[in-house]
Design a protein around this ligand. Structure first.
Ligand SMILES: [Zn+2]
Length: 227
């Protein structure tokens, strides 16, 4: 399936500033479903796999210098954005198509209060702080569902990266870049179910290990040997 997916990307010559075609999204879903990789691989590992696929496609279609060696941070970021587009297309397809033809989502959408908008193919939280000096990720976090395995893996990854941070610190860190719907509940659930946290303190009032808050989710390149 990975090979087929790679071939399709190559054939379509998708521009990465555009939303992904729906058939690509379906194939990717199939890739995940059939191989059951998403549950067993961590987010950084998925990001690296996709980054290599994108590099292959780029090297195969470009006449410029071929990219070799370790993945660069921009390749990894592009890969992460591609994964996010797939997840968002899967879960917020209606909102994305609404926003492509008008400037707001349907009144019944669960994203309505977030005043979402599309930026380079990514669905982000809108708001009134457009002119603040913060980076776009902080001003307009990327919207993610709370019931997709990608979001679960992302929270698990961040929880471990922050050395088993408690729910509050974990949520604050994630919100530097991502807005998970009902994120508080998901974060609490992940921490509650973490065996490492449980083993370190099996009592009811678990004192979570804390770590410094990063300015944004770490570069996945730093975590290549991670989970
Ligand atoms: Zn933990």
């Amino acid at each position: 399936m990975a090979k087929i997916f790679m071939q399709r990307l190559w054939q379509l010559k998708v521009s990465w500033d555009e939303p992904l075609p729906s058939d690509i999204t379906k194939e990717w879903q199939s890739y995940f479903n059939n191989l059951n990789l998403l549950n067993t691989y961590s987010v950084p590992r998925h990001v690296r796999v996709i980054a290599y696929i994108l590099r292959f496609k780029n090297n195969a279609t470009s006449r410029n210098i071929k990219q070799l060696g370790p993945l660069t941070s921009s390749e990894l970021n592009l890969s992460l954005m591609t994964l996010i587009k797939i997840v968002q297309n899967e879960c917020f397809g209606n909102e994305i198509s609404d926003l492509s033809i008008k400037r707001s989502v349907n009144n019944k959408s669960k994203l309505l209060k977030l005043n979402p908008f599309m930026d380079k193919g990514i669905l982000r939280v809108g708001g009134r702080i457009k002119h603040s000096p913060f980076a776009i990720d902080k001003k307009h976090p990327i919207v993610l569902p709370n019931d997709h395995v990608f979001s679960k893996l992302l929270v698990e990854y961040e929880h471990k990266r922050l050395l088993h941070a408690g729910p509050q610190a974990l949520l604050a860190s994630l919100r530097e870049r991502f807005w998970i719907l009902s994120g508080r509940n998901l974060v609490r659930k992940i921490v509650r179910n973490c065996m490492t946290c449980f083993r370190s303190n099996p009592g009811e009032n678990v004192e979570y290990l804390m770590a410094d808050l990063p300015s944004q989710l770490a570069n996945f390149q730093d975590c290549s040997s991670g989970y």
